[in-house]
Design a protein around this ligand. Structure first.
Ligand code: ATP
Length: 263
């Protein structure tokens, strides 16, 4: 990429009219294209984003109540964890690097770069973005393995995901989520698709866009930090993930039914 040229995101920011109905969504696409050019993302990441966009469209591009509930409980779970880890991939680093760092600070979570398509250069590029956004320590070395996974995805960090009790991940593949659950970890998954294997296997499923979900978890964590562990455990004990997923599916079908009536 020619770094002497002005960032495309900024030129596009000027080109897309302020009142364009898809302005935010178009700017996000540009962030991802820029991340692709900077070796933070692979082309497959763009396709994964497209699948998410479709669900976000159906969700009204808002944090709905079922996501808000799950985000509050996610904050409580991260705060009470002994070794919470935020697993970062290319899409997350492209979209929300600053929020990842802030969440790790507020909840005292470690940050680990873990990629579906593992590549040392890309790991370094993602780690650099996080450090530029204020991260003090980013785990990158894959010095332990997740049992039952047979690809590069199984390489994780001993002090990070391997020994974590709670792992927050987003836009993740179902096999790895299942493997983490089999290792008795609690998994908080941010995934716009309530039907994905990740959504269906996670401990807490946040059906929301990562760009809204992480800032909302941060807000909850800042409030809940003042509560004692009993209160946090109580919040977690009242949570029913199946109910949350089912409410999200009902919301999608009710919304489509209503929209079809309004035509
Ligand atoms: P699984 O293996 O769990 O069934 P999948 O094959 O659908 O999942 P991937 O393509 O590996 O999943 O991951 C992409 C997932 O991330 C999709 O479910 C997509 O809806 C979701 N996604 C994409 N962009 C975002 C975003 N910005 N915020 C939250 N989720 C997103």
């Amino acid at each position: 990429m020619d770094r002497t040229q002005p960032s495309k995101t900024w030129s596009l920011r000027d080109m897309i009219p302020k009142n364009h109905p898809r302005r935010e969504s178009l700017l996000l696409r540009e962030k991802l294209v820029e991340a692709l050019e900077n070796n933070i993302l692979v082309p497959q990441g763009l396709i994964a984003h497209g699948r998410g966009e479709c669900f976000d469209y159906l969700l009204g591009e808002k944090t709905q109540y079922f996501a808000d509930d799950a985000e509050k409980v996610a904050a409580a779970m991260l705060l009470i964890a002994k070794n919470p880890v935020i697993s970062v991939n290319g899409n997350m680093a492209a979209l929300v690097p600053e929020s990842i760092v802030k969440l790790s600070e507020v909840t005292n979570s470690k940050i680990e770069v873990n990629l579906f398509y593992r590549d040392e250069k890309r790991i370094d590029a993602i780690s650099d973005v996080l450090i530029k956004n204020g991260a003090k320590n980013v785990l990158t070395e894959g010095n332990a393995v997740i049992p039952e996974l047979f690809s590069e995805r199984r390489r994780v960090n001993k002090e990070g995901i391997f020994s974590a009790d709670v792992v927050l991940l987003a836009m993740e593949d179902g096999d790895r989520t299942e493997a983490l659950i089999k290792m008795n970890k609690k998994v908080i998954a941010i995934d716009l698709n309530p039907l994905s294997r990740t959504s269906l296997t996670a401990t807490i499923t946040i059906i929301d866009n990562v760009i809204r979900a992480i800032p909302n978890i941060i807000n909850y964590a800042m409030v809940l930090k003042k509560e004692n562990p009993d209160e946090l455990n109580y919040i977690i004990s009242q949570y029913n993930n199946k109910k949350i997923i089912s409410e999200s599916m009902k919301f999608l079908s009710d919304r489509l039914a209503q929209l079809s009536k309004d035509l």
